[in-house]
Design a protein around this ligand. Structure first.
Ligand code: PLP
Length: 408
């Protein structure tokens, strides 16, 4: 099979990569695989040093600290907690909590459990655990019957494609959404549920590969700053190189870095990078038993080595070029079926006429040997590994073309 979905975008350098097999078979590494530590309490002695070669070596600009976690949802979940702790610690002037705060916290009452909120965007996906789910706004099946926090959800720009052709209209749409963000922040402040943080994906992935301009994100970052809200970028799906830069938000050219960046999937280990001020004032406030897995950081270190040695980010740019141009050609050939080809690096997508046709097309492609995934209501997302080369892209386009021809 030619995998253009890679276990929901989570295989960085393909299956059975020899460099990773070697790590696995090295007898010196065996005890790290067999014995998993309770990382938050009993980290292996060398763990901080190993993080320097692994996660810390790809820390986004301005973020020097990292907290490891196990998956995407728990990375966001704990990042939200760190935001709330930061917000309240600041409010109380970095002094210790009052006895009343401590006592009320264990019975779910204010002031110990304050009414704070996280602002998210319609169409955004940040995971399915209870806190994250209040910031996830994709499909009803993910949310139905589950209680939710009363947190604000702003409209995400609905842009017209091709983006270059509709710059003026799209800029207006983005302005509308940013105004709504500010209105919601003010509204929730008045309600007594101030917005402690804003969370956003650089490209809304599960929600349908929805784009906004780099300018939109720069302005959003400034709005967060203006209102004293943390700015959290969820790079769980976009992080790790598939947009042609290691982090998708690097494309924005922020002067003022994001406050936090969450990751998982292609980084093999979950977690978040953060600015110093988001370090909780006491140990164990962000904690669970495993908090990730040092063995995954070993794999990541090797993956990063392969990315550097094989210059895979440049490869992604070249392959992405072939893919996107190929998708443009296919949409011109099958205008009754395809529209809105879009992409950054190999992180590409295309819309299909309707949901039913989209699902049939994915099935047809699978029967011809290509694994694809859907997203949003009617999109197909392409998520190849970083080792996907131009000839793989060409092969994929040919088979996709055959599947489309069969649909007629
Ligand atoms: C942007 C984003 N955030 C969070 C998550 C949740 O990650 P996980 O499924 O590992 O909990 C996902 C998963 O697809 C995601 O795409």
């Amino acid at each position: 099979m030619l995998d253009v979905y890679t276990q929901i975008a989570s295989i960085p350098i393909g299956y059975n990569h020899p460099a990773l097999m070697k790590i696995m078979m090295n007898p010196h590494n065996l005890s790290s695989f067999v014995n998993r530590p309770a990382l938050g309490m009993l980290p292996p002695r060398m763990f901080p040093e190993k993080l320097l070669d692994g996660l810390i070596s790809v820390a986004p600009k301005g973020l020097k600290r990292v907290q490891t976690m196990a998956c995407g949802s728990c990375s966001n979940e704990n990042a939200y907690k760190a935001i709330f702790i930061w917000y309240r610690t600041k409010q109380r002037g970095h002094s210790n909590p009052t006895p009343e705060e401590s006592a009320t916290s264990v019975i779910n009452q204010a002031p110990g459990c304050p009414d704070l909120s996280i602002l998210s965007f319609m169409g955004g996906f940040h995971g399915r655990t209870l806190g994250c789910l209040s910031t996830t706004h994709t499909k009803a099946i993910q949310k139905l019957d589950v209680p939710s926090f009363d947190w604000p959800a702003a409209p995400f720009p609905k842009l017209r494609y091709p983006l270059a052709q509709y710059e003026r209209e799209n800029a207006q749409e983005e302005k509308r959404c940013l105004e709504e963000v500010e209105d919601l922040i003010v509204k929730w402040e008045k309600k007594g549920k101030p917005v402690a943080g804003i969370v956003i994906e650089p490209i809304q992935a599960e929600g349908g590969d929805n784009y906004a301009s780099f300018d939109f994100f720069r302005k959003l970052r400034a709005i967060a700053k203006k209102h004293g809200s943390a700015f959290l970028v969820d790079e769980v799906q976009t992080g790790g190189g598939s947009t042609g830069l290691f982090w998708a938000h690097q494309h924005w050219g922020l002067d003022d870095p994001a406050d936090m960046v969450t990751f998982s999937k292609k980084l093999l280990i979950g977690g978040y990078f953060y600015k110093d001020e988001f370090e909780p004032d006491k140990p164990m406030r962000i904690f669970n038993t495993w908090m990730g897995d040092p063995a995954k950081n070993m794999f990541l270190t090797e993956v990063l080595k392969v990315i550097r040695e094989e210059n895979l980010l440049e490869q992604v740019k070249r392959t992405g070029h072939v893919m996107l141009n190929g998708l443009y050609e296919l949409q011109a050939r099958y205008p009754h079926l395809l529209s809105k080809a879009r992409g950054l690096g190999t992180f590409c997508a295309i819309d299909v006429k309707d949901e039913d046709t989209r699902n049939k097309l994915i099935l047809k492609a699978r029967n011809k040997g290509v694994v694809l995934g859907g997203c949003g209501n009617q999109s197909i997302r392409f998520r190849p590994a970083l080792v996907f080369k131009e000839h793989h892209a060409q092969l994929f386009l040919n088979i996709f073309n055959d599947a489309l021809a069969d649909m007629k």
